[in-house]
Design a protein around this ligand. Structure first.
Ligand SMILES: Nc1ncnc2c1ncn2[C@@H]1O[C@H](COP(=O)(O)OP(=O)(O)OP(=O)(O)O)[C@@H](O)[C@H]1O
Length: 309
C-alpha cells in the first residue's frame, strides 16, 4: 500500500500564505486508491485550504501538489475527480435531473442518471427545481453531482451538515459503496462519529500543520486516557489529588474521572472506598483524543510564541 503508484492525491511540504497569515505551514498528506482519509481539525486549521490546493482552485507558495501524479489544474486530472464543497453555486432554475445530466456531460464515462440518483437517494427529486429544495435535499443533490461522473476520487467537504440522522446514515452507506468500488475519498468533517464510522485514516490539522496522522484506532490509542465511573462517597478533591488523575467530577452519587493509568487508580479507589459499586472503565473515544491533541498543539504553539517574544 505504500507504493507511490497507489497515491491518488498528494501534498508535500505545501505552504500557503494569505498576506501575513500562513494558512498552511508545510503540510504533507497522501491519499491512496480506495481509502477514505478524514481531514479533521478546529475552525481555521487549514482543511479547506488543503483541499483547495488539491482541486487547483488556489496555488501553493511552496511545496508540491499532485492529483494523480499531475498538476491539479490539468483537465485530465480534474476529469477523474468529483467535488462536494461547503458552498455550491448552482443555477437555481434548473431541475435536479437537468443539473445531473449537464454535470455528467463534462465527464468521459459518467454513471447513468438513474444510478447516480439512486446512490444519492434523490430519485424522487429529479423533476423538482433545485432552488425549491430544502437544505438537506440540496446537499443530497450536490452529492449526486459529485459522484455522477464516476470519479476515482471524491472530495467531500463537510457533506452531512444540515442532514437529519437518517439521511446522514444513507449518505454514509453510499460512501461505503463507492469505497468498495475502489473510489478514494477525502472527507472533511466536524462530526467525529462520521470519521469514526467511515475513515481508514484520519489526519488531524491545527494552525496550518498536520499534528497527527494514522488510523482511528491509532488516534484513540495515542491518547491513553480512560474514563472511570463508579458509585462512591469519596471526596472529589481528594481523588483529584491522586497521581495520574485528570478531570474529576460528581453527578449525584456517581463519581466520574479520567486517567492514563486506569489499573492503579482503580486499585486505589477500591482500597479507599470498600463500599464502591458499579465500577466502569471505558477507553477514550475519538472526541477525547481529538480534544487532547488540539489542546497539546495549542500549548506547544503558545510556548513557542513565548520563546520568540
Ligand atoms: N481567501 C482567504 N483570504 C485570507 N485568509 C484566508 C482565506 N481563506 C482562508 N483563510 C484563512 O486561512 C486559515 C485556514 O482557513 P481554512 O478555511 O483552510 O480552515 P478550515 O480548517 O477549513 O476551517 P473550517 O473548519 O472553519 O472550515 C484561516 O485562518 C482562514 O481565516
Amino acid at each position: 500500500m505504500n507504493d507511490s503508484s497507489h497515491v491518488v492525491a498528494r501534498l508535500a511540504g505545501a505552504i500557503k500564505r494569505y498576506g501575513r497569515l500562513t494558512a498552511l505551514e508545510g503540510v504533507d498528506l497522501q491519499l491512496r486508491r480506495g481509502e477514505l482519509l478524514a481531514l479533521l481539525g478546529p475552525n481555521g486549521a487549514g482543511k479547506t485550504t488543503a483541499i483547495s490546493l488539491l482541486l487547483g482552485l488556489i496555488r501553493a507558495d511552496a511545496g508540491m501538489v499532485e492529483l494523480f501524479g499531475q498538476d491539479p489544474q490539468q483537465i485530465t486530472a480534474r476529469r477523474r475527480i468529483g467535488v462536494m464543497l461547503q458552498q455550491a453555486a448552482l443555477p437555481p432554475t434548473l431541475r435536479v435531473g437537468e443539473l445531473l445530466r449537464l454535470t455528467a456531460s463534462y465527464y468521459p464515462a459518467p454513471r447513468a442518471l438513474a444510478e447516480s440518483a439512486e446512490l444519492a437517494g434523490i430519485a424522487d427529486l429529479l423533476l423538482r427545481p433545485y432552488a425549491r429544495l430544502s437544505g438537506g435535499q440540496q446537499r443530497r443533490v450536490q452529492f449526486a453531482l459529485a459522484l455522477c461522473g464516476r470519479p476515482e476520487l471524491l472530495f467531500l467537504d463537510e457533506p452531512t451538515v444540515g442532514m437529519d440522522i437518517e439521511t446522514r446514515q444513507k449518505l454514509w452507506a453510499a460512501i461505503r459503496q463507492l469505497l468498495a468500488d475502489g473510489c478514494s475519498v477525502l472527507l472533511t468533517t466536524h462530526y467525529l462519529e462520521e470519521a469514526e464510522a467511515l475513515a481508514d485514516r484520519v489526519c488531524v490539522m491545527a494552525r496550518g500543520r498536520v499534528i497527527h496522522e494514522g488510523t482511528v484506532d491509532a488516534l484513540r490509542a495515542r491518547v491513553a486516557s480512560k474514563r472511570i465511573r463508579c458509585i462512591s462517597t469519596l471526596d472529589t478533591d481528594v481523588v483529584a489529588g491522586w497521581p495520574a488523575v485528570g478531570d474529576v467530577h460528581r453527578s449525584n452519587e456517581r463519581l466520574h474521572l479520567t486517567t492514563a493509568h486506569a489499573e492503579s487508580v482503580v486499585r486505589r479507589l477500591l482500597d479507599a472506598d470498600p463500599h464502591l459499586s458499579e465500577l466502569e472503565v471505558q477507553r477514550a473515544g475519538l472526541a477525547e483524543a481529538f480534544t487532547e491533541l488540539t489542546r497539546e498543539a495549542e500549548a506547544a504553539s503558545a510556548a513557542s510564541r513565548r520563546e520568540v517574544a
